[in-house]
Design a protein around this ligand. Structure first.
Ligand code: ADP
Ligand code: MG
Length: 253
């Protein structure tokens, strides 16, 4: 069940030309398997955000291939990319990126517009997602009325509300104190245990205990790539477990 979910081949992101030419990513190769929890580390400016934005379809590479679930999507139209993003990818940012003049409930419901749910269904699903992250009583609050940790938990609720299989997080604990950081990491750990794939950028080496693989980047390339758990110990997607259970029941009869 550990098939490749993402393959990046020869990805390059170039800024400028001639004398001002620089590379945020240079001939970058990476294969990500379903269920991995990858942490990306490396000095400021080494290309971590660029990488995450390309994986999250918020940015395009200058050249190279991006294969998602077996399909090369590097050059598909922006509207197609937006649809793929809405269905498959949840994003969590360092500064939470909640919309200040929408309630927490409306913020969390936003991604569901793009998957085509009617408003009442969106609000119901958003409410359930908020309850899951212990914010059920804050539905009608506005972002500024919440603490940093609560805002990031709301942002996580928003990232997972449409059940994406890939969660991307760019320094999600960068603006949080240590205790709150661990609360947020525990939520990500649960999302990972459900079989989702997570790619997270962090500056905090202590958080790598949550990862199954740690990648260090330097100057737009991979410097080190270390697996911390074996592939067969990765969490399996929930739907596979359900199938297995059904199978067992049948055999018992
Ligand atoms: N819009 C842009 N124009 C020019 N250079 C950029 C732009 N965005 C990023 N860069 C450059 O690309 C490199 C990688 O940036 P980034 O991916 O944000 O690094 P990190 O997240 O690791 O700090 C940096 O040198 C940065 O200055
Ligand atoms: Mg960055």
């Amino acid at each position: 069940m550990n098939e490749e979910i993402i393959e990046l081949k020869g990805l390059t992101k170039r800024y400028g030309y001639g004398d001002t030419e620089s590379f945020a990513l240079k001939d970058f190769d990476l294969t990500i398997k379903r269920g991995e929890f990858i942490m990306i580390m490396g000095p400021s400016g080494c290309g971590k955000t660029t990488l995450l934005n390309i994986i999250g379809l918020l940015d395009r590479p200058t050249s190279g291939e991006y294969i998602l679930n077996g399909e090369n999507i590097a050059n598909v139209s922006s509207s197609r990319q937006a649809r793929i993003r809405a269905k498959k990818i949840g994003f969590i940012f360092q500064n939470f990126n909640l919309i200040e003049d929408l309630s927490i409930l409306e913020n969390v419901a936003l991604p569901l517009i793009y998957v085509g749910q009617p408003r009442t269904v969106r609000l119901k699903n958003a409410s359930e997602s908020l309850k899951r992250f212990h914010l059920g009583e804050k539905e009608y609050y506005y972002p500024s009325q919440l603490s940093g940790g609560q805002q990031q938990r709301a942002a996580i609720a928003r990232a997972v509300v449409s059940n994406p299989e890939i969660i991307l997080a760019d320094e999600p604990t960068g603006n949080l104190d240590s205790r709150t950081s661990y609360m947020v990491m525990d939520e990500l750990k649960k999302i990972h245990a459900e079989g989702n794939t997570i790619v997270m950028v962090t500056h905090n080496p202590a958080l790598t205990v949550y990862a199954t693989r740690v990648i260090n980047m330097l100057d737009g390339q991979i410097a080190t790539d270390v697996k911390t758990v074996a592939d067969h110990n990765l969490p399996q997607p929930i739907n596979v477990k359900v199938k297995k259970r059904k199978h067992l029941k049948k055999r018992r009869h």
